[in-house]
Write a protein that binds this ligand. Structure first.
Ligand code: ADP
Ligand code: ASP
Ligand code: MG
Length: 451
């Protein structure tokens, strides 16, 4: 039995968390591959260093302090001395990347290299923490493990076939040797050998890619809440844990804003039918959530509600646009050329509306402009909207459910800007003004799940 266990930022974010994480890894049978995120806050700091350019020595001292202050409490002095040397060697690499970045100016690939450093430091630190507990922890970067990535910086995806080949070659001997590999999450190795990150929160996706690559029996995501819940517990304190979900439900919710899983986490495990568990590092005996290929009908209409913020609606007006399929495909093509996700599309006789992330609006408008004469009469952009995603087995096939959802929206006086029902078998999605979005989520949750 091979298990991939991914620990997020809070699960490696303090002495207590590292101790808990090590205890979870040490418990139970089977061979384990550990995947770690940066300590909480570290990736944000690295990204702000790129912007603010503080002196490199200050950056390195800050990170050395953050990691080694926890390590020092956990490790014996002799192990800590060995760890300290390895930490310094790793930080020297970051120092070189920062100096290069200051020299060359803008370089998105170097930015990915720098923002991957928190995971490198976590992998090293947790491997030594495991050693201090008597396990043979072996730190492996994504480069050393052979996680192959493609795509653009900040938005990479894994080459599953190449990664499968490399991981079997690089990890199986370690497992046979009873070692516990501790891999970096968040990034893979691009075609030029340089790091390519999978986007924010990407360590969940890394763990699923690794589970696929090593043909794991199970992929466990250890985080700071009791599994996948009926809503984000930060927004809805009465949210409840969900015992089981199927891949489709979890994938839809993750794509539409449930931060507990990176949007692309489900696909690699789904392809091999590997069950995925979401568990709480701070409550390891709690049940957590099992996500797998089996359809569950627990009888509830709404299983969970998510919200995707920071979106805009681009609306293109042209007479009888629906009778100009060439125009629609060119407009949609312009968005995909800009490598932008479209979260919803809707047409009427003379309008095409598309929901895209607000930071991508300028680029999309430039692409549309570059298409030349399109007979477009008007183009409008409405910012500050959010997409609400309601998922459940009976969401779409039970009469009156949509009416009940929309009445919960009306109760808090929010205007529905766009609806996309039926595109997925399990989800009802619609767009509301961002300032009302969290109230809408709470109202829907109260209506279907209760307080
Ligand atoms: P990690 O650092 O472990 O990857 P994240 O902060 O990325 O943790 O994800 C966990 C957080 O996701 C939770 O603390 C919670 O606030 C948020 N979240 C959003 N939607 C949900 C949901 N449906 N169920 C559980 N947590 C959710
Ligand atoms: N450390 C990365 C981030 O903060 C990746 C992750 O935590 O999954 O986005
Ligand atoms: Mg996360």
């Amino acid at each position: 039995m091979i298990k991939v266990m991914k620990f997020g930022g809070t699960s490696v974010g303090s002495v207590d968390a590292m101790e808990r994480t090590a205890a979870i890894i040490g418990k139970g049978e089977g061979r384990k591959i550990v995947v770690v995120s940066a300590m909480s806050g570290v990736t944000n700091s690295l990204i702000s260093f790129i912007r603010d350019r503080p002196p490199v020595d200050d950056v390195l001292a800050h990170l050395r302090g953050k990691y080694s202050s926890s390590a020092k409490v956990i490790m014996t002095p002799s192990l800590f001395a060995e760890y300290g040397e390895a930490l310094d060697t790793s930080l020297e690499g970051l120092g070189r990347a920062l100096h290069d970045r200051w020299k060359v100016g803008m370089d998105p690939v170097l930015d990915d290299t720098i923002s991957s450093w928190g995971e490198r430091l976590s992998s090293l630190t947790m491997a030594y923490v495991l050693r201090s507990k008597g396990l043979d922890g072996v730190s492996l970067t994504s480069e050393a493990a052979g996680i192959v990535a493609q795509g653009s910086p900040g938005n990479g995806s894994a080459d599953l076939v190449a990664t499968h080949h490399n991981l079997r070659r690089n990890l199986l001997p370690l497992l046979e040797n009873d070692s516990t590999p501790v891999l970096t999450g968040y990034y893979g190795c691009g075609p030029d050998g340089r790091p390519l990150t999978f986007g924010r929160g990407g360590s969940d996706y890394s763990s699923s890619v690794i589970a696929y690559g090593i043909d794991a029996d199970c992929c466990e995501i250890w985080t700071d809440v009791n599994g996948f819940m009926t809503a984000d517990p930060r927004a809805v304190p009465s949210a409840k844990s969900i015992r089981e979900m199927d891949y489709n439900e979890a994938a839809e919710l993750a794509y539409f804003g449930a931060k507990v899983l990176h949007p692309r986490t489900i696909e690699p495990v789904r392809r091999k039918g590997i069950p995925l568990m979401v568990k709480n590092t701070f409550n390891p005996d709690g049940e957590g959530t099992l996500v797998r290929g089996q359809k569950i009908n627990g009888g509830e209409i709404l299983r969970s509600v998510a919200v995707k913020c920071d979106l805009s609606i681009i609306k293109v007006y042209s007479s009888e646009i629906v009778y100009q399929p060439g125009l629609i495909s060119r407009l949609v093509g312009a968005i995909s050329d800009a490598a932008v996700n479209t979260y919803a599309v809707s047409t009427s006789l003379s309008t095409l509306a598309m929901v895209i992330p607000t930071p991508a609006v300028d680029e999309v408008l430039r692409k549309i402009d570059s298409l030349g004469d399109l007979h477009v009469e008007k183009l409008t952009v409405k910012g500050n909207v959010s997409l609400i995603c309601c998922v459940g087995d009976n969401m779409l096939n039970m009469p009156g459910v949509s009416a009940k959802v929309f009445s919960a929206v009306a109760d808090i006086g929010a205007n529905i800007e766009m609806i996309s029902e039926g595109a997925s078998d399990v989800a009802l999605n619609f767009v509301v003004p961002s300032d009302k979005a969290l109230d809408v989520v709470r109202s829907i949750h109260d209506t279907f799940i209760g307080g």
